[in-house]
Design a binder for this molecule. Structure first.
Ligand code: WT7
Length: 635
């Protein structure tokens, strides 16, 4: 039996039991089976959740790009590594082989070195979904630089905050990006952000050809610099726990958290989970529709698939362009075998005429996946019937930026699936449900706060520059446990269903948004006294944002629609369009506790049209406000 590729349920349970009874031995076997190590580890694991400190495979030396690229050159050199499908269906797809990808990564790595980038330096990548994005990432990893990717939908302010937080030396961006019929001007966003940052060099990929300002001495077009540059670049030998990348996620304060991931554990875990969750076989064509700017793209477009020598599709465009059949057109055209997307996309496509799906041959599909938020029953059935034709199992995969890789998921063709259940923990993942008294809830048919009680190789090791916040956020709610921020239930057979966030994070269209940074943005408006954001159910986005805004006396008679627009413009400029409010209700005041804390629970009930279930509000500081908020409700 091989631990590395699980093929039936009995095998899953055997591997799972082994992984729990002897975790170190289990991960050691996985690490031995598949990877290229420059030096073997001395110690599999050292950990203490109180400090917290977690170190995997100490003493080992490796380079992740050697595992993603060099290792495949003799056996898979001419196999397609990245299959790039452009935004415009008339533009030819690009099949980038392992040989070619290796060469382009080496050239890019040499370019970074020539610009003074060294091991340990942070490099910000702000690129759309074009081949240069994974190439830049891998080039950083090859020379030991730490990439910090910022999704190219974030605003200039958000970008500047992230560049400064981890002290990036360089920014890699493009002139613009294509999104369906639109062209976005990315370089001018970077220029605006850099007014707040000290950055010596900016490398610019030409994609759209739109007019951009190039600041002399600072900004360089990439293409001419790559001419005549060597396609060989020796790897930097990395220690197991050397940083690989930083990726920001929102939190309960205005400041985003730079989750730091390290090298060996992340590689082993993402490669292992990719193989098992997607049941990838040689010559399969695998497609994950996420943006590489999110953790899903890092782990399951780039590192996990390439470590397995897979063919990974990357798509530049959007599901609605040139029409709502685009995804199925791509599946048909490239004969995609594994397809991985988000529930919000499924819901949006399910609203359109089903002929967009049925007019394409989807018979190549073997495995379907979803990620990012709970998938509702209706969307699950639509996906199962129309896309999978009831023959492709759906892997509802639960994970987080912090976990690095998938933690809960069925093993397709092994684990029987049930709609809305992410089902079982993957081998090595030890879950716990906790009650409000801090006790673990035993047995089945129970519900609680989802925690993880043993380290796994791809967990984030810290929040960049703020280890204290890392401990406070994840390890202080429960003794000796990693707290996920999610609620979950365990059914009669032990399957898990994620019930949603139990903290101040709201998942909108699969994007993790903290209420605090959005409220900070709103409160910057001169007419605003204070504000509170809650989530409410939305049929495509899963959740949408409902904002309660109290105006200062002086601004009270201003035109409310104009104000709404100004507030949303402010949010767009501070965070990005993904954080815009669906509904804005102007209020006379917000319900507060006697200590002055806004009672979001009450506001949430009102936005959910459950104002008849508020319970006792007499202990509030200002119970009279509640009635007027209910009266003005736009829910
Ligand atoms: C949060 C993490 C991990 C990929 C993208 C999101 C929610 C994620 C599921 C799922 C129910 C899910 C959780 C989690 N989530 N996958 N299959 N079922 N909820 O990464 O931005 O770090 O968000 O997304 O609430 O905590 P992220």
């Amino acid at each position: 039996m091989s631990n590395y590729h699980i093929k039936h349920l009995e095998e899953y349970w055997q591997v799972y039991r082994k992984s729990v009874s002897h975790p170190e031995h289990f991960w050691e076997e996985v690490a031995e089976e598949h990877f290229l190590w420059r030096k073997r580890w001395d110690k599999v694991l050292e950990w203490d959740f109180n400090t917290p400190i977690v170190k995997w495979f100490q003493g080992a030396q490796l380079n992740i790009t050697e595992n993603c690229l060099d290792r495949h050159l003799t056996t898979r050199g001419d196999k397609t590594a990245l299959l790039f499908e452009p935004n415009d269906p008339k533009e030819a797809a690009q099949h980038i082989t392992y040989k070619e990808l290796h060469k382009r990564v080496c050239q890019f790595a040499n370019l970074l070195k020539s610009q003074g980038i060294r091991k340990g330096d942070r490099v910000c990548i702000y690129l759309p979904m074009i081949p240069e994005l994974p190439i830049a990432m891998l080039a950083c990893a090859r020379i030991g630089a730490v990439h910090s990717m910022v999704f190219a939908g974030f605003s200039a302010t958000a970008l500047a905050t992230r560049i400064n937080d981890c002290d990036c030396k360089m920014v890699i961006c493009s002139d613009g990006s294509y999104r369906g019929a639109k062209t976005l001007d990315l370089k001018s966003i970077v220029d605006e952000a850099l007014e707040e940052c000290e950055i010596a060099s900016v490398l610019v990929v030409k994609r759209t050809g739109n007019d951009v300002q190039m600041k002399s001495g600072r900004d360089h077009w990439i293409a001419p610099l790559l001419e005549n540059i060597s396609g060989e670049c020796p790897v930097e030998i990395m220690e197991a726990e050397d940083p690989l990348f930083i990726l920001y996620t929102s939190g309960s304060t205005g400041k985003p958290k730079g989750m730091l991931h390290t090298t060996a554990g992340y590689m082993v875990y993402t490669a292992y989970t990719f193989k098992n969750v997607f049941q990838y076989r040689e010559n399969d064509i695998y497609w994950c529709t996420a943006d590489i700017g999110w953790i899903t793209g890092h782990s399951y477009i780039v590192y996990g698939p390439l470590c397995n020598g897979a063919t990974s599709v990357m798509f530049e465009g959007v599901p609605s362009y040139p029409n709502f059949g685009r995804f199925w057109d791509i599946v048909d055209k490239h004969k995609v075998n594994q397809f991985y997307t988000a529930p919000t996309v499924i819901r949006a496509l399910a609203k359109e005429n089903v002929s967009h799906v049925t007019s394409h041959d989807l018979s190549s599909l073997k495995v379907l996946g979803t990620v990012g938020e709970p998938i509702n029953e209706e969307a699950w059935h639509w996906y199962n019937e129309n896309v999978g034709k009831k023959k492709s199992p759906i892997a509802d995969t639960w994970f987080q930026t912090e976990t690095g890789g998938i933690m809960i998921s069925p093993i397709p063709y092994s684990t029987p699936t049930i709609p809305t259940f992410a089902t079982l923990p993957l081998p090595g993942v030890q879950l716990a449900l906790m009650d409000d008294n801090g006790k673990e809830i035993q047995g089945n048919q129970v519900e609680g706060k989802l925690c993880i009680k043993f380290p796994w190789p791809s967990m984030a090791r810290t929040i960049y520059g703020d280890h204290n916040r890392y401990r406070e956020t994840y390890f202080s709610a429960y003794d000796n446990m990693y707290f996920t921020g999610d609620g979950a239930l365990r059914d009669a057979v032990g399957y898990y269903r994620i019930t949603g966030r139990v903290d101040d994070v709201i998942i909108v269209s699969g994007h993790n948004l903290g209420t605090a940074p959005i409220e900070d943005a709103i409160n910057e408006h001169p007419a605003v006294a204070e504000s509170a954001i809650v989530g409410y159910p939305h049929d495509i986005k899963g959740n949408a944002l409902y904002g309660y805004v109290t105006l200062k006396e002086t601004g009270a008679d201003r035109n409310q629609d104009n104000l709404r627009k100004e507030i949303n413009d402010l949010i767009t400029s501070r965070i990005g369009p993904i954080a815009k409010l669906e509904v804005i209700q102007f209020t006379d005041g917000l319900p507060k506790t006697r200590s002055g804390k806004i009672m979001r629970r009450i506001l949430r009930k009102i936005a959910h049209k459950e104002s008849d279930q508020l319970g006792d509000i007499s202990t509030l500081l200002n119970p009279e406000v509640v009635e007027s908020v209910i009266k003005g409700s736009l829910a």
